[in-house]
Write a protein that binds this ligand. Sequence first.
Ligand SMILES: CC(C)(COP(=O)(O)OP(=O)(O)OC[C@H]1O[C@@H](n2cnc3c(N)ncnc32)[C@H](O)[C@@H]1OP(=O)(O)O)[C@@H](O)C(=O)NCCC(=O)NCCS
Length: 170
Amino acid sequence: MIDVETRVLTEGDAAAYWNLRLEALEQEPQSFAESAEEHRATPVELAAARLRQADASFVLGAFLSGELVGMAGFFREKHLKARHKGRIWGVYVRVNYRRQGIGRALFSALLEKIKTLPGLEQVNLTVSARQVAAKTLYRSLGFETFGVERAALKIGDQYFDEEYMVLRLR
Ligand SMILES: CC(C)(COP(=O)(O)OP(=O)(O)OC[C@H]1O[C@@H](n2cnc3c(N)ncnc32)[C@H](O)[C@@H]1OP(=O)(O)O)[C@@H](O)C(=O)NCCC(=O)NCCS
């Protein structure tokens, strides 16, 4: 069993987070709406400001011997009528570290954490329809597909469908 540490990223992780996010966008463009160009134009300081926010939204990092090798973000909806919902975003594990349980470890830590949030009832995410690994992981944790957006992303002249998934926490 791999010795992975998971913890919420803080301001001090901003540079490592910024670099891993860029790698994710370059490696898996069809999995994320943000483009690598847009990310490059976003300063590391903005990432630091995001990680500094101590509210119910956070980014969880997976570390191996101190190196950030994976991450998953969580965002709690802010409007009163939508606060029973959250959203998982930015899920990524470095290519050379995949299939060793890191994605699952990240998700079990994330789900354990959000289950303690008062009033949170369901968590949504979108996943590229072609991402078999991610979809298999999410389904194994109880996420269900409730819709498919055809041509959700367009990269050059190629279109990618996205599945909308939900996990009901109660
Ligand atoms: C999805 C992702 C985070 C999984 O990370 P990982 O560390 O390789 O995942 P794990 O090793 O913990 O595997 C967890 C489960 O995912 C599934 N899985 C992982 N890789 C798979 C593959 N290549 N094919 C089918 N299922 C796979 C399996 O169900 C696995 O459980 P098992 O090992 O008990 O069979 C990683 O593949 C990734 O970063 N993909 C690209 C980015 C992406 O698609 N992000 C999702 C955006 S919503």
